[in-house]
Write a protein that binds this ligand. Sequence first.
Ligand SMILES: NC(=O)c1ccc[n+]([C@@H]2O[C@H](COP(=O)([O-])OP(=O)(O)OC[C@H]3O[C@@H](n4cnc5c(N)ncnc54)[C@H](OP(=O)(O)O)[C@@H]3O)[C@@H](O)[C@H]2O)c1
Length: 344
Amino acid sequence: MTTRVGVIGATGAVGQRLIQLLDPHPDFEIAALTASPASAGKDYSEAAKWRVDTPIPEDVADITVVETDPEEVPDDVDLVFSSLPSSVGAEVEPTFVEDGYVVSSNSSNGRMDDDIPLTIPEVNPDHLGLIEVQRDERGWDGALIKNPNCSTITFVPTIAALDEFGVERVHVATLQAVSGAGYSGVTSMEIIDNAIPHIGGEAEKMETESRKLLGAFDGAEVSLHDADVSASCNRIPTIDGHLENVWADLSEDPTVEEVADAMRDLPSVDLHSSPDQLIEVFEDPMRPQPRMDRMLGDGMSVAAGGIEATPHGVQYNCLAHNTIRGAAGASVLNGELLLEEGYI
Ligand SMILES: NC(=O)c1ccc[n+]([C@@H]2O[C@H](COP(=O)([O-])OP(=O)(O)OC[C@H]3O[C@@H](n4cnc5c(N)ncnc54)[C@H](OP(=O)(O)O)[C@@H]3O)[C@@H](O)[C@H]2O)c1
């Protein structure tokens, strides 16, 4: 039996990716689509300026988009994927959860709240236990779970792999694709022939979310990982795929080969959307590159390369597809984990 799902904020960059991934999904069936009042009442094909690389699914094109309100979503929908702007998500997501829906959300609101799981299934699936804490504290029937920011999700699996060598400090500089800013985010006049050396709020998300993801959950709360993380975030004119340069200071002194093996050996999980190989490691220092490598593992793998020793640890580059592994695919994977763990 399939689980009936809704997508709130279904017409945007992440919403369209969600529909691309959910339509053929064996466990989920799209039953409701919501967006802003300007889109409500229109067929999805009219409301969404479809821009993803496969045709709009026929059975989704005719669905009428409704307002983003739990009253508008059928009661037999059990799981809701959220790709709303965070200001809207902060207001609306709790109303869905209060009504009993389980919400797997991309939006940044609440990611650092003590009782909200911020989860990458291959890195910290146990943090899902925070759902019991949020139900106790907030009296919610449903549940709210978040996936991290797209630039956070790109480097965190590689740091999880390095943890056995004692990660003390991480510096990360990003080269981020324009799709990360959403469809109305960066104009062509701003980005063509250019690079923008600041993305508002992004560095702080990487610095805090990474420490929560890598932190330990004791059944009641998550203690943040004690590594210092500092980030610098840059926008460049690629369409999809965030490339990142990482410097990690380690308490131990592994060889380059040991670091590469630790990354290759980081286990994936047995969920429909998880890739067979979570981290693909290249020997060629010219890889990974966004255009060549963003679709590894159907867009769900992280790619790494250019690993070199430094006086304090290692440096390397990593890459992930920001609207698949970094957003829609991450939410779907969290939905699969919720299903597997019996929260739906
Ligand atoms: N893009 C990425 O790579 C990425 C990665 C990770 C996380 N995220 C996060 O995911 C969320 C969505 O990002 P996006 O890039 O998909 O944004 P987007 O392209 O701007 O899409 C926003 C969606 O929210 C809807 N919406 C806007 N205002 C609304 C309102 N007042 N009430 C109800 N619905 C409203 C829009 O509907 P209309 O079409 O009707 O306006 C659209 O469906 C954001 O919180 C973002 O930070 C994005």
